[in-house]
Every structure is written in structure tokens, then in C-alpha cells.
Design a protein around this ligand. Structure first.
Ligand SMILES: NC(=O)C[C@H](N)C(=O)O
Length: 496
């Protein structure tokens, strides 16, 4: 058996599987062994080796029979936010302790139908609320990257931190993530991997635990842009069970990777040049711009004037929707119910259950959300935020209407930070991580993070490309050009 099969990309593994050079069973065992040796990363929170071995055997039979879709036999990790039938699906929350869904999310079902293999469930921020994975009931996942020889543990980002850590550390070939305000792109950037949030409506949200329904989207987290194209195609498509899922044909995204972006217009938005932006982020952005220019793209300065209102609008709209979505966790239907004292009634049951079951960040969002939706404040906060959202969307529409094909920005305002460094600080500090990513969710656009360089301490940095709605193929192709030009091949040194 070849060694290090877990380090393969999806595309490499697919070609070897089809050529009969490896089996899915071998790939799966390599990943299971890698997971077993990576407890220190706390990336996988429920392993499913029996399911993995059975799916791998079925995939091998399919491949032998000549029926090998691209994802067939590929071992994956699944974010704990996806409901997986009979397998704990807790959204990293104590309130869903013991919850094993009776059904499978549409996205994960599509992956299994395509022959992919489930290795287990991945750590995340509780209900996807956070940017460091520190709000998880399982404790945080750890970034496999370190600053030089400094062994300070770093965050893998959030909320899809377990997915990012697992892919970066080669515990799986790829993973699913979800992105409400940056949860795929920020952890991808922090761990040197690729993550795409497709257009809102591309992937079905059915069976994915809801956080903020008008913003949530699923997407792949992978070791390359090609892998993102392959896996995204298997994840998206119309689903009548989700009314927001779009009935739009799914193209062959891999075929879009021509590497030719000559004549494409790339916009550089001046509002993303924040005051006090670290020099390494400035440099990364300038380098990325030069790479696209060298590849034949036309670089244009653009303005997205309402950008500065995006973060406040997001942190009104997302909590508002969360407070409504999370009302269902009441101690009655599933998950945790608090022990009651004699004389406690239903109100005490709700109060105690929710106080015990939800972590602090989730409680904060439920309170903020309830406040901004309350009768006296609805117009001042929620309605105003919705109007701002419309303006942000229009900023992008205007730029695309003027001929811009894609927009280049940094993915995050910094490299990965130390665990614990921001946790107890002002929550707004944590929210600032999302400053470059939330606009994309508010406007419903596709956005991709591509690793493009290292900071002076050797940590990965990512660039973000934002595309036109439903043009993921074009976006992936531009990202592919950036990836090839940046030539990011670094891997974290193994310490775990
Ligand atoms: N879910 C996300 O996209 C993460 C974002 N940082 C949030 O806390 O809302």
C-alpha cells in the first residue's frame, strides 16, 4: 500500500482510484489512522469508522463496475451542523446532546449518493456562532499550523474550524463547511486551504441546523481549487425540500478551470483598505492583484460605498434570525432538558434548559436578536439593517453591471491568532474577523478563499475572490489562476 494516501487531493485520489492504483478501502484506512493520531487537534468529534468502511467497500465495488463519479470512494469529514442519519449531530451544542437525527441532510446525502465516504463529524463553533471554534461544547479545535518554533496553540478559525484543521492536517481529503458570515472562508484562510461559499440557494439547506436562514450556505473545504470545483458540483442542485434552493442547472465546475482569465475585469474595492491593515495583508493583496494582472486580467479600482455598514447590519440580522431559529430548543422535542425542582412549571423548564444548554455566545446572540426584533426596536434596528443589506447588494450589482467580473480582497484582516487571545475580549473584536466576508453573505454572492502566501511568522494567508451570482465556474477559474500563480504548497509541520 502507498504511504500517506491521506495527503492526496480529491483529483489525485480520483485518478488513482479509476486507474486501479489504490482502493477506497486503503484511502479510508489511511485517513482513519491519521484521525487516530490527531487527537490533539480535536478536529473530529464523532468518528464513524464502521460507516466509512462499509461505504468504502461499496465505492470500491462501484469503481470496479466502471461507475466512478468524481467523489466516489473519497473519504470526507462532515461538519457537525449537518444532520447525519443515526450519527450524533449536535451543532457543537450541549442543548443537542444525544441527538441522532432520523434523516440525512440533502447535501451529505448527495455526497453519499456520489459514492463519498463519511469518516465522522467535525468540530465547529456552537450553532456556527464564532470565528475561533472556541464556543464549541467539545472544546476548540486546534490549528495544525504554528508560528515558527513558537508552540502557542492557534485557532483554526470558525465556525468551520474542525473542518479546516482536519483538511489542513490531512485527516481527510476534504470536508463540508457552512458559511453564514465567513465560516468557510475565514478558517480556510487561517489553515492554508481552499473554501468556497457558493451563491445563496446553490446548496440545499435541508437537514443543516439553521443559524440565520437568509445567510446560511454550505460549501466544500478542500486542498485545492480543482477539488473545490469537483466537490461543489456534487453538493449543489435544486431540492424541493428547501424553498430557498434554486432550480438552476449545475454546470461542470471542473471543466470551467481553463486557466485563462485574459480580458477579465478584476475590481479592487477601495473600502476594503482598512485603517491599520497589517503590512503583510497589504502585501498579500498587492501581490495577488499583480498575479491576476500578469495572467492577463484588467485591474480596475472600484467602490462599494456601503461596506462599512455591513458588519453592524450582519450582527443585527444574523442574531435576529438566530433568535427565531433557536426558539425550537425548548427542552421538549429533543436534546437536553434541565433537571427541575419541585414546583417548577413549564416556564422554569424552558429557562433552566436554555440557560444550561446554550453557551454564552449563543445566549448573547439570542438576546441581541430578541431585542432587535422587539416591538419598540424593530424599525430602529432590524428594519434598518435590512435596508442597509439592500444597499450593500446594490453596490455589488452596480459594479458587476459596469463590467467587473470578480472582486479581489483579503480573506481575513490577520493570520490565525492564539487560542484564548480574543475569547474574553470585547465580542466586537471577534466579530471584526468577518469584516471582509459578511458582505458576500448579505448580498448572497459566491466567494472563495484561496491560500496565497505566508506571514512573516510562517502562517498561511488567504485572498478572497467574490463573483457574480450563479457564476461559480468563472469564480473558480479565477481562483485557479491565483492558486497556480501563488504556488502555495506549504504544509504545517507535524507536531501532533
Ligand atoms: N457562521 C459564520 O459564518 C461565522 C461568523 N463569524 C459568525 O459568528 O456569525
Amino acid at each position: 500500500m502507498m504511504s500517506d494516501l491521506n495527503t492526496l487531493t480529491i483529483a489525485e485520489a480520483r485518478d488513482k482510484l479509476r486507474a486501479g492504483e489504490v482502493t477506497s478501502a486503503e484511502l479510508t484506512e489511511a485517513c482513519l489512522a491519521a484521525i487516530e493520531g490527531a487527537g490533539a487537534l480535536n478536529a473530529f468529534v464523532h468518528d464513524t469508522p464502521e460507516i466509512a468502511r462499509a461505504q468504502a467497500a461499496a465505492a470500491d465495488a462501484r469503481i470496479r463496475a466502471g461507475d466512478a463519479p468524481s467523489m466516489c470512494g473519497i473519504p470526507l469529514g462532515i461538519k457537525d451542523l449537518f444532520c447525519t442519519k443515526g450519527v450524533p449531530s449536535q451543532a457543537a451544542s450541549a442543548i443537542l446532546a444525544g441527538f441522532k437525527p432520523e434523516y440525512e441532510s440533502t447535501v451529505s446525502q448527495q455526497l453519499w449518493d456520489a459514492g463519498a465516504v463519511m469518516l465522522g463529524k467535525l468540530n465547529m463553533d456552537e450553532f456556527a456562532m464564532g470565528s475561533s471554534n472556541e464556543t464549541s461544547t467539545y472544546g476548540n479545535a486546534v490549528n495544525p499550523w504554528r508560528r515558527g518554533n513558537d508552540d502557542t496553540p492557534l485557532t483554526p478559525g470558525g465556525s468551520s474550524g474542525g473542518s479546516a484543521a482536519a483538511v489542513a492536517a490531512d485527516l481527510c481529503l476534504a470536508a463540508t463547511g457552512t458559511d453564514t458570515g465567513g465560516s468557510i472562508r475565514q478558517p480556510a484562510a487561517f489553515t492554508g486551504i481552499t473554501g468556497i461559499k457558493p451563491t445563496y440557494g446553490r446548496c440545499s439547506r435541508w437537514g443543516i441546523v439553521a443559524f440565520a436562514s437568509s445567510l446560511d450556505q454550505a460549501g466544500p473545504m478542500t486542498k485545492s481549487v480543482r477539488d473545490a470545483a469537483i466537490m461543489l458540483e456534487a453538493m449543489c442542485g435544486h431540492d424541493p425540500k428547501d424553498s430557498t434552493s434554486a432550480d438552476i442547472p449545475v454546470p461542470n465546475f471542473e471543466a470551467a478551470l481553463t486557466g485563462d482569465i485574459r480580458g477579465k475585469k478584476i475590481g479592487i474595492p477601495k473600502e476594503y483598505r482598512m485603517e491599520g491593515m497589517p503590512a503583510e495583508i497589504e502585501k498579500l493583496w498587492a501581490d495577488g492583484t499583480a498575479m491576476l494582472k500578469d495572467a492577463g486580467a484588467e485591474i480596475v479600482d472600484i467602490s462599494l460605498p456601503h461596506t462599512k455598514y455591513a458588519l453592524p447590519a450582519y450582527y443585527v440580522i444574523a442574531p435576529a434570525e438566530a433568535s427565531s431559529n433557536l426558539a425550537r430548543y425548548d427542552g421538549v422535542r429533543y436534546g437536553h432538558r434541565a433537571k427541575l425542582a419541585a414546583g417548577d412549571g413549564i416556564t422554569e423548564m424552558y429557562e433552566k434548559t436554555r440557560a444550561e444548554g446554550f453557551g454564552h455566545e449563543v445566549q448573547r446572540r439570542v438576546m441581541v436578536g430578541t431585542y432587535v426584533l422587539s416591538a419598540g426596536f424593530y424599525d430602529a434596528y432590524y428594519n434598518r439593517a435590512r435596508k442597509v443589506r439592500t444597499l450593500i447588494k446594490k453596490d455589488f450589482e452596480d459594479v458587476f453591471a459596469a463590467g467587473v467580473d470578480a472582486i479581489l480582497t483579503p480573506a481575513t484582516p490577520s493570520a490565525a491568532f492564539g487560542l484564548g487571545e480574543m475569547k474574553d475580549a470585547d465580542p466586537v473584536q471577534m466579530y471584526l474577523n468577518d469584516v471582509f466576508t459578511v458582505t458576500v453573505n448579505l448580498a448572497g454572492l459566491p466567494g472563495i478563499a484561496v491560500p496565497a502566501g505566508l506571514d512573516p511568522q510562517g502562517l498561511p494567508l488567504g485572498l478572497q475572490l467574490i463573483g457574480k451570482p450563479w457564476e461559480e465556474g468563472e469564480l473558480l477559474n479565477t481562483a485557479y489562476v491565483l492558486e497556480q500563480a501563488a504556488g502555495f504548497v506549504s504544509k504545517p509541520g507535524k507536531w501532533w
